[in-house]
Ligand binder design. Structure first.
Ligand SMILES: Nc1ncnc2c1ncn2[C@@H]1O[C@H](COP(=O)(O)OP(=O)(O)OP(=O)(O)O)[C@@H](O)[C@H]1O
Ligand SMILES: [Mg+2]
Length: 372
């Protein structure tokens, strides 16, 4: 379109200039003939015409190099720009209007390019932000569902434990009484009664666990430094054969403020996590324990992380591990109460226990407890 209109402009200019030159040539020939009648009209027209043609040709050449060609560069650049090519610049550095036009064009493309880059960056960061927020919402939603589920399980566990506890105590008490009455020679009855007592006591232990999960156990709270509690727990487990082939990497921040907790209960949580890690790693690998601080909604927390190099937990199981009786261990090896109890204890302390795990890489449990 531009090219066409430019060439048509040139096409109109050139004949106009040519006609003007022709008329001027005729006038010149006429005047010359008046002064020099001896020169023939034919020669006059011949020389005059040649002169006009030559001048017109040079004028066209000048017009082409000064106007048409640079304009065609500009048109070409505009066409490229309209197709999205922002790298191309017009290389005309003359000081005339075309040079100024080219410079303005280049500046405009520079600005457009900057604007485009800004828009692209902005879109990219917006997309990242949306993605981040979506996964945060997804995580929070999952956690909320999990918390609700565990809370209702806790209420049920508390009810069941409470109802079963009294008859169980009766069974154990009366079995002991019967045991005392059985004549010493009646080995078979003694053995049966001992089975009743041991099985009932096993049930009792499970119920204690359930009560722990439902946060119905009493606790004695004192001011405790979590670093010291971690070190004490490590001293307890390090001598056990389960931990002999496990390396410990301990990264505790020196001045960790104290928390008000029941140290026995929280130590039980640490023990559960360490035993689970050792079991998951088949007693070989590395456990990293780190402590630090965190702040959420104006509340300051002490934060602990227990990371292992075990096989990790599948996505499917990740939402179930804090449920009472969820276990992947073979029958008789695990009751599935360790994490349920740990969850109950940490919740009762106003804290949070969370897990992050990647299959094949390992698992990390995070514990947050509000500072004293
Ligand atoms: N560090 C870990 N790595 C991989 N899986 C884990 C880890 N900790 C817990 N789990 C999974 O969570 C399940 C539940 O753990 P939990 O401590 O509640 O019960 P358990 O260890 O199976 O039995 P219990 O603790 O009662 O002896 C485990 O069976 C295991 O599948
Ligand atoms: Mg366990």
């Amino acid at each position: 379109m531009h090219k066409k209109s430019l060439s048509s402009l040139a096409g109109k200019l050139i004949p106009a200039i040519g006609s003007m030159m022709f008329i001027m040539g005729l006038l010149f020939a006429y005047a010359f003939n008046k002064q020099h009648p001896e020169v023939g009209l034919f020669e006059l027209f011949l020389y005059g015409g040649s002169f006009v043609v030559l001048i017109s040709f040079f004028l066209c050449l000048i017009l082409y190099f000064i106007v048409t060609k640079p304009l065609s560069y500009l048109v070409d650049a505009m066409n490229r720009l309209s197709k999205g090519d922002m790298e191309y610049r017009v290389d005309i550095k003359t000081k005339d209007e075309i040079g100024i036009l080219s410079h303005s064009f280049n500046s405009m493309v520079d600005e457009l390019q900057q604007y485009k880059e800004k828009m692209e960056n902005w879109t990219r960061s917006l997309e990242e932000e949306v993605q981040k927020k979506t996964s945060e919402i997804y995580k929070a939603q999952e956690q909320l569902i999990n918390t609700e589920k565990l809370a209702s399980l806790g209420r049920m566990a508390a009810g069941v434990a409470h109802e079963i506890n009294s008859p169980l105590t009766g069974i154990v008490t009366f079995a002991h009484l019967m045991l005392k009455r059985v004549p010493p020679g009646n080995a078979e009855d003694i053995e049966d009664l001992n089975v009743i007592i041991s099985q009932a006591e096993r049930c009792s232990t499970i119920i204690k666990g359930l009560l722990g999960f439902s946060r119905r156990t009493a606790s004695e709270k004192t001011r405790v430094n979590l670093n010291t509690l971690v070190e004490n727990t490590l001293n307890l487990v390090k001598n056990q054969s389960k931990f002999h082939n496990i390396a410990f990497d301990i990264q505790l921040v020196p001045a960790l403020p104290e928390v008000v907790i029941d140290p026995n209960q929280v130590q039980q949580v640490f023990l559960n996590l360490l035993i689970n890690a050792a079991d998951a790693m088949e007693e070989r690998g590395k456990i990293t324990i780190s402590s630090g601080m965190a702040e959420e909604e104006g509340i300051r927390f002490a934060r602990l992380a227990f990371a292992d190099t075990g096989p990790g937990i599948s996505r499917e199981n990740l939402g179930k591990i804090f449920e009472p009786f969820f276990t992947t261990k073979p029958a008789g090896k695990g009751t599935g109460l360790g994490l349920a109890v740990s969850y109950g204890i940490i919740e009762k302390h106003g804290g949070q226990i969370q897990v992050e795990s990647e299959e094949g890489k390992g698992t990390t449990f995070f514990i947050k407890l509000p500072l004293a």
